[in-house]
Write a new protein. Sequence first.
Length: 137
Amino acid sequence: KNAVFVICADHATVSYLPEYQTAAGGFQIPIIFYAPGDNLVGKADKLVQQIDIMPTILNYLHYDEPYFAFGSDAFKPGKDNFVLNNNSGSYNLYFKDYMMSYDGLKVTSFYDLKKDRLMKQDLLKQHPTVLDTMETK
């Protein structure tokens, strides 16, 4: 009754599905929040990362003391979350449907993951406005 369970993987496993064998797919994992007896029901297809767990739980519990967190509340509506990770020296920023890779000096690739889950079409030169928005993140 007075418990909240968070079920989350550390990282994706080697998969036979091609979309999970990409730089983006290798980091896609589910996060499940479960509170017995609560009416919290739903599925959200949005960007959430593990650092979002703490602020999500604290806000769910109506914790009102100040705290510091790098993440944000996953349940907060209307917020465009972003995810950042490092994969073998490449910094990958995910924002909305896009993934931008950066090598520490310059942007090296840019993908629309909604339209191209297998990351076959690098859009680096085709979406300068979206790319500019992501570079300021």
